[in-house]
Design a protein around this ligand. Structure first.
Ligand code: PMP
Length: 406
């Protein structure tokens, strides 16, 4: 058996750091891990398996941070994208696939009457705030404390690179805390365009939190009373809890929804959708990018969304997620290790008791990587439809060894 080594990954990373800020950015960066103990560059992916540049093989629980929902190189999606690329991808006008996808999504996503496509989650969450402001004529956006909606100015952490006025009119409240929401709304009464929500609280480095019963209904009531819109950022969760999106799963009556990631199994596309009453506001400003009409991601998205439904991917991911949760919790208990396993079973996060600096979590992820499993110490994990029972069983075996060593 090949010995585990990361020599090439880290040689490449030291070169990358010379010429790219941070080497590369995002929670995948090896400095989020026990540095030197996690793969940095990959060569190949297939299903739920990836191979790094040193030739090590892993079962991957990050799934391109949620973009991969059916498994890497899914044949149905790849075939659709390939066929479209051969015909034409980036062309002057939108392709027929553009209209087909828009009509398909409007039919599939309950209560949404229109759709507009972009490339990233950041594009479409920001766009929702613009439509809301155009519709209401008000500047204020309420959002959940620390929620990630992308890298754009309005929702980034305050930084010297962002003039404070770019973040004025943004008011945070705590997820699941209706009293806090009411207070924020009263404090800014008459100035608020919308509240932006995520279906769950999936912050980095913190226990994941599901909505309490009645949370979304109560927010809806207050929005209606105050003339605010309810925006749902379903970029990370979309098509993982429910094949028609998380609004249907949790019963959220959203005015607009942003999707990205899982809608295309890894191809670059995102979509903003809204109720009919917002169509006029959406016509008042420009929302365009050079590659917004690329046809291959649209073909991929059509194939992916249909395949999620046809294959029962959502039910499978839930089943595998529950199996993983039980296996990990049983094993931690057997070894007397205190852990918290939070979030929806398809997007969980494992945290350790008495681990304020995540040293145990990092050690656990390093041990798991050496044994062929990619987790993340502080970002939620993702299951995909390609994770099969044998992968989960192997993973639980690896976790058992890691707990033993911890
Ligand atoms: N919203 C949420 C909830 C996300 O998780 C992300 C990405 N992690 C975004 C928006 C931004 O998406 P993107 O990275 O595609 O711009």
């Amino acid at each position: 058996m090949k010995e585990y080594s990361l020599t090439r990954s880290y040689e490449m990373f030291s070169r990358a750091e010379q010429i790219v800020p941070h080497g590369y950015q995002g929670p995948q960066n090896p400095r989020f891990y026990d540095f030197g103990h996690a793969p940095v560059f990959l060569k190949r992916g297939e299903g739920c398996h990836v191979w790094d540049v040193d030739g090590n093989e892993y079962i991957d629980y990050l799934c391109a941070l949620g973009a991969i929902v059916l498994g890497m190189r899914h044949p149905v999606v790849e075939e659709a994208a390939r066929k479209q690329s051969e015909t034409g991808d980036c062309m002057t006008f939108p392709s027929d696939k553009w209209l087909e996808l828009a009509e398909y999504m409007v039919n599939r996503i309950p209560k949404m009457d229109w759709a507009i496509f972009a490339k990233n989650g950041s594009d479409v969450t920001s766009y929702l705030t613009q439509v809301a402001r155009a519709h209401t004529g008000k500047p204020g956006i309420v959002m959940i404390h620390h929620a990630y909606h992308g890298f754009h100015f309005w929702c980034s952490s305050p930084a010297s690179s962002i003039p404070p006025e770019y973040q004025s009119h943004i008011y945070p409240f705590h997820f699941n805390d209706i009293e806090d929401f009411e207070k924020v709304v009263q404090d800014h009464k008459g100035q608020l365009a919308a509240v932006m929500l995520t279906p769950v609280r999936h912050d980095i480095a913190s226990d994941q939190e599901l909505p309490e019963p009645g949370f979304f209904n109560k927010i809806r009531e207050i929005c209606d009373k105050e003339g605010m819109l309810l925006l749902l950022d379903d970029v990370r969760c979309g098509f993982r809890y429910h094949e028609n999106g998380s609004a249907e799963y949790f019963g959220v009556d959203a005015d607009m929804i942003a999707f990205g990631k899982a809608m295309s199994n890894g191809y670059p596309i995102s979509v903003a959708m809204g109720k009919k009453k917002l169509m006029d506001a959406a016509r008042t400003f420009l929302f365009i990018g050079t590659h917004f009409y690329s046809a291959a991601p649209m073909a991929a998205s059509l194939a992916c969304l249909k395949e999620i439904k046809a294959s029962g991917a959502v039910a499978h991911m839930l089943q595998m997620g529950e199996l993983l949760r039980k296996g990990i919790l049983d094993s931690a208990k057997a070894h007397g290790i205190g852990v918290r396993y939070s979030g929806h079973p398809t997007m969980p996060l494992l945290m350790f008791e008495d681990d304020p600096l995540f040293a145990k979590a990092k050690r656990f992820c390093a041990l798991a990587a050496e044994r062929g499993v990619i987790f993340h110490p502080i970002h939620n994990w993702f299951l995909s439809a390609a994770h099969k029972k044998k992968d989960i069983e192997k993973t639980i075996g690896v976790c058992d060894e890691c707990f033993k060593m911890l």
